[in-house]
Design a protein around this ligand. Structure first.
Ligand code: ADP
Length: 225
């Protein structure tokens, strides 16, 4: 079933001699529950594509649909609610708040959305991520891999339909990086989210069900494994 649809999406930054075409007529469909990797070299447009899907960065032209609805046609308020409730974003650098514990970091988006924390989901996530005995620790009391796992917990706590990860292993060594990919795959299987992972690493991309290659803002490869 088609879930996310990009139709002729273009994204242009700057103007005149500073003009950069980051996305050049990208048309793409993602199915519900699919795990896709977006691969390309630095500057090819991967992050821009991810942010366009996330409702963070409106395209210069073209449309982005979720379940048939044009996400950028809604009011700013509705778009913010879409981002908060439907999208889980994971970055290379975890951006955890240093003065909050692991548990507080994970539950912060729920509290900011004035909703009640589902303790069962929280415990489930802490167990999945192997952080039960670290939930009261501050980020600087954790290893890099544990910090990234806490950031994954924060992205998943809202039970988002879409999980978008931008080079989530970029700051980790290969063992911790592989562990993060394993956890993303496991949570994708367990919670049935649509998972889109941006990477420049072919070995990581090949672990997805589908590999979408981007070069100069265009889709140049689309393979299902
Ligand atoms: P990638 O994630 O593949 O490294 P990006 O999507 O970050 O690529 O960037 C694609 C192109 O758009 C690059 O040439 C980059 O310099 C440019 N770009 C990205 N964001 C901005 C911005 N906010 N302002 C101007 N140019 C940008």
């Amino acid at each position: 079933m088609e879930f996310i649809k990009l139709e002729e999406v273009c994204k242009i930054y700057g103007r005149d001699e500073n003009r950069v075409t980051a996305l050049d007529h990208v048309s793409l469909q993602l199915e519900k529950g699919e795990f896709a990797a977006i691969i390309g070299s630095s500057g090819s447009g991967k992050s821009t594509l991810l942010h366009t899907i996330a409702g963070v960065d409106a395209p210069t032209s073209g449309k982005v649909y979720l379940d048939g609805q044009d996400i950028y046609a809604q009011s700013c308020e509705k778009l913010a609610i879409f981002r908060r409730r439907q999208v889980g974003l994971i970055y290379q650098f975890h951006n955890l708040l240093p003065t909050l514990s692991v548990e507080e970091n994970i539950t912060l988006p729920i509290l900011m959305d004035k909703r009640r924390v589902n303790r069962e989901r929280l415990n489930d996530l802490l167990s999945l991520l192997g952080l039960e005995d670290r939930k009261n620790h501050l980020p600087n009391q954790l290893s890099g891999g544990q910090q990234q796992r806490a950031a994954i917990g924060r992205a998943l706590m809202n039970a988002p339909a879409i999980v978008l990860a931008d080079e989530p292993t970029g700051s980790l060594d290969s063992r911790n990086g592989q562990e993060i990919i394993r956890l993303l795959k496991e949570s994708h299987k367990k919670y049935g989210q649509t998972l889109v992972l941006v990477t420049h690493d072919e070995n990581i991309a090949l672990q997805a069900e589908r590999v979408i290659g981007i070069a100069d803002g265009r889709v140049v490869r689309d393979e299902r494994q």
